[in-house]
Design a protein around this ligand. Structure first.
Ligand SMILES: Nc1ncnc2c1ncn2[C@@H]1O[C@H](COP(=O)(O)OP(=O)(O)O)[C@@H](O)[C@H]1O
Ligand SMILES: [Mg+2]
Length: 439
């Protein structure tokens, strides 16, 4: 069921429950109120009558006069003599007199609702003055009359409730519509994201939480778009990088098969093929490593690392190559510098930076560890301006580059560990890579 229908249904159900309860309470209270009201009115009328009777027909003798006067009043009443327990006069049929007498209503003056057969009456009793004469005027109104008023009132109440309900439901429809419309629009935008039509996204009119959801959705969409673009670029670059060595290998392999090379060229061809296969292997290994670093956080095993020890491990591994290149590697490490990261992976990141530095250095590479930072710099050519903004991206490499993945791997490791990497110009003349250590 649609959200709007659900909201309206819930609201209408709630309204009906409240109105039914209210109607029930009002219906049951109204009769009590009418009875109270009627009794007060009867009492007032009775007192007026008793006053008149007391004034004009003071003595018992003129009971005939009473009668004529009372008969003119168009009221249902009894004149009752307490002392004799006798009804002196009544404007009501005899069967009521008998009915009431047999129920002992006259003697018992507590009972307010008199019943005879199937009819009930609201009563009010007024004593004549002086009380000692024991004369009482009893006025009655049939309960049926009051119930008719109750029914009539209730019918009107129902009509008012009905109109109220219709108005409320219309209002609720209007309000929920206002609430749901932005959601419907947002759903349409989500459909576009699903179909990857990112450039067709339109802002929607909304406020409050829905606006916040919209913002999150659009942030997510642009993140997704960026991700898809980088993924696409990655595949294009990767296939290009893999194709180049494969084509070289294919060229030499076909040449050797078709015997177009002399002996010396054939030797050189085989040599090239081995080199290219090595290169392919390296690219593929690095691609797999990068994919792993990106996708699987659980492969990180953080431990406490002493910067000094780590740099010594780096030196042990790069020394042979530094010697080959005739490059001197100097190092300086504060013994207090330590941090938390996956030691094996962090070593890999620093090795990538140091091998690069040695490859590009003229004669000198400096590795320094101080509070929170490790820097690796060299006295080589430095990094060209065009390359600088993209240097950490995959497959970005300079003229003498190899795979273009080393810095991307270093960045992935350092950032996943909670650190940062930046590149600046070195005072030595070459590039200076600054690694901000994780806390
Ligand atoms: N210390 C450095 N000095 C000068 N250029 C560098 C240095 N380190 C990296 N570069 C440049 O950045 C590019 C990318 O490096 P990297 O990602 O390690 O790939 P690769 O080393 O396989 O070429 C290199 O090809 C090189 O042009
Ligand atoms: Mg490299």
């Amino acid at each position: 069921m649609k959200l709007q229908s659900q909201l309206n249904l819930a609201f209408t159900a709630l309204l009906l429950v409240i109105l039914t309860a209210a109607g029930f309470v009002i219906y049951s209270l109204i009769l009590d109120m009418l009875i109270e009201d009627e009794r007060a009115e009867l009492k007032q009328k009775g007192e007026l009558l008793v006053d008149v009777l007391n004034e004009q027909y003071r003595s018992q003798q003129s009971i005939r006069g009473f009668r004529d006067f009372l008969e003119q009043q168009d009221l249902q009443l009894f004149l009752y003599d307490r002392r004799q327990d006798r009804v002196l006069f009544s404007t009501m049929p005899d069967r009521y007199v008998q009915g009431f007498s047999s129920s002992q209503y006259f003697a018992d003056n507590q009972e307010k609702l008199w019943e005879a057969g199937s009819s009930k009456f609201v009563t009010s009793r007024i004593l004549f003055y002086p009380e000692s004469i024991g004369m009482e005027l009893i006025l009655l109104t049939p309960l049926n009359d009051l119930q008719a008023i109750q029914q009539d009132f209730f019918r009107r109440l129902i009509i008012v409730f009905l109109i109220g309900t219709i108005a409320a439901v219309l209002l609720s429809y209007f309000l929920t519509n206002k609430l749901v419309t932005p959601l419907t629009k947002l759903k349409r935008q989500l459909k576009k994201i699903e179909k990857r039509k990112f450039n067709q996204l339109e802002p929607i009119k909304a406020t409050g939480e829905i606006k916040e959801v919209e913002k999150s959705v659009y942030d997510m969409a642009s993140e997704l778009e960026r991700y898809m673009q980088s993924q696409q670029a990655f595949f294009q670059n990767a296939s290009h990088e893999l194709k180049t060595p494969l084509m070289t290998i294919q060229g030499y392999a076909e040449g050797i098969r078709d015997k177009v090379f002399d002996e010396a060229d054939q030797e050189k061809g085989l040599e090239m093929m081995v080199t290219e296969v090595e290169r392919l292997k390296k690219i593929i290994n690095e691609m797999i490593l990068l994919a792993k670093l990106d996708s699987d956080q659980s492969t990180y095993h953080p431990e406490n690392i002493q910067a000094q020890e780590l740099i010594e491990q780096v030196l042990d591994r790069v020394m042979p190559i530094a010697n080959d290149h005739g490059v001197e590697v100097r190092h300086k490490a504060d013994s207090v510098v330590q941090f938390t990261a996956d030691a094996e992976k962090f070593l890999q990141a620093l090795l990538n930076l140091t091998f690069n530095a040695i490859r590009h250095a003229h004669a000198r590479v400096d590795i320094t560890a101080s509070e929170g930072v490790i820097t690796i710099e060299d006295d080589g050519e430095g990094i060209s301006k065009e390359l600088l903004p993209h240097i950490f991206h995959r497959f970005v490499k300079g003229k003498t580059g190899e795979t273009g993945l080393g810095l991307a791997i270093a960045r992935a490791i350092i950032e996943q560990s909670g650190g940062k990497i930046m590149v600046r110009d070195s005072d030595l003349g070459g590039a200076k890579f600054i690694v901000i250590l994780p806390k």
